[in-house]
Design a protein around this ligand. Sequence first.
Ligand SMILES: Nc1ncnc2c1ncn2[C@@H]1O[C@H](COP(=O)(O)OP(=O)(O)OP(=O)(O)O)[C@@H](O)[C@H]1O
Length: 329
Amino acid sequence: MGVQREPREEEQAGNTGTPAGSGPAERYGTAPAAASGPRPGTFTPGGTAASGDPGPVGGPDAAGEQAGLDTGALPVVLECRDVSIRFGGLVALAGFNLTLRQGELVGLIGPNGAGKTTVFNLITGIYRPTAGEIRLFHRPIAGLKPHRITQLGVARTFQNIRLFGNMTVLDNVRTAFHSRTRTGVIPAILRTRGFHAEEQAVTRRALELLETLRLAHRAEELARNLPYGEQRRLEIARALATGPRILLLDEPAAGMNPSESRELRDLIEEVHRRFGLTTLLIEHHMDVVMSVCERVVVLDYGRTIAVGTPDEVRRNPAVIAAYLGEEAG
Ligand SMILES: Nc1ncnc2c1ncn2[C@@H]1O[C@H](COP(=O)(O)OP(=O)(O)OP(=O)(O)O)[C@@H](O)[C@H]1O
């Protein structure tokens, strides 16, 4: 069961009522540094290093350049410039560059421990970079608390599902909406007319979101009683309730069977389009990433080893080697 305990303030990605699991420091505090040697993954290469066609995507240098250089015309919404973070002796992310333009749906992949969730924790202000800069809508986020970053329009889901298990599905979404409603404590206590009108609007919009996420029929059930796949969809509903412009999805298909992950893939595309989002997707299910993302960034041991279209990345020897634990070429 992925339902977690009540939230802790320091790791709420904003005042979203985001239920917290064990905090990043707690989760990773005793985690070993990325293991050396072969690491199994679920990546299925579309070619092999021996095919002699590495595609247009180069090694780390070329990848870093491509990640940073984006000549598209749409406005830039997120930039990571030479971002690094270390934990003691472990460099979890090194010189990470990423430019996301409005409306892009970009995949972030890599073997276990590559640094993917660390990127999300940096963008949402849970971690501070050791070096480099992150800009949201051209504004540096250095020093901003996670709830401010949520208010700027960034929402995320978590690898380990974070829901209020003892609350109904509807209330889980309603609490997330409250991060952007304006009624203060006094009207809530006095139950003013304004408070009631706002509550009704929140309920209506929460139900609409549940409809979109195909969860309306579950509205009155306790979140903890939902099957795993539906809990993941509920997390996305909660993220959308904060009114994001940028959505960070951390392994939304984890634990899903093939038909559930196909359904989720369609849902991600629909939500991305319908809400006019810019989406960054971490996912180990390669069929999901490769079919919905226009561009894929590949990390390994904290370094960007490739950036390109799904086809380019699939054929890239460095990527194949990272997943198979082999030497490139
Ligand atoms: N707070 C922390 N303290 C110590 N080490 C950390 C911390 N956060 C992340 N790490 C380490 O940084 C590395 C990258 O971790 P991260 O969770 O970003 O990997 P990931 O690519 O998301 O992996 P997975 O696919 O397994 O979720 C790992 O070695 C991890 O143990």
